[in-house]
Write a protein of this length. Structure first.
Length: 73
């Protein structure tokens, strides 16, 4: 699990975890903990922002932010 800080199971950021890099990973942990996933997959209109910061809170490589939109030809 990508956010194991103390050797225990992954946790949401709100519970002291470091976050997840994948929605499927989060859904898997939710299923293990509660028997079913709580987090929905991305839908049209959702925005995804990925950013990594150093210990001082500075962005290391800049943020990647994308909106989920339907592809139309």
């Amino acid at each position: 699990v990508s956010n194991k800080l103390d050797g225990g199971p992954g946790k949401p950021v709100s519970a002291g975890g470091a976050g997840y890099s994948c929605i499927a990973e989060l859904r898997m942990i939710e299923t293990i903990v509660s028997g079913e996933p709580k987090t929905p997959f991305l839908r049209f209109g959702d925005t995804v922002r990925i950013e990594m910061k150093d210990k001082a809170g500075h962005s290391i490589f800049g943020a990647i932010e994308q909106k989920v939109e339907k592809y139309e030809r």
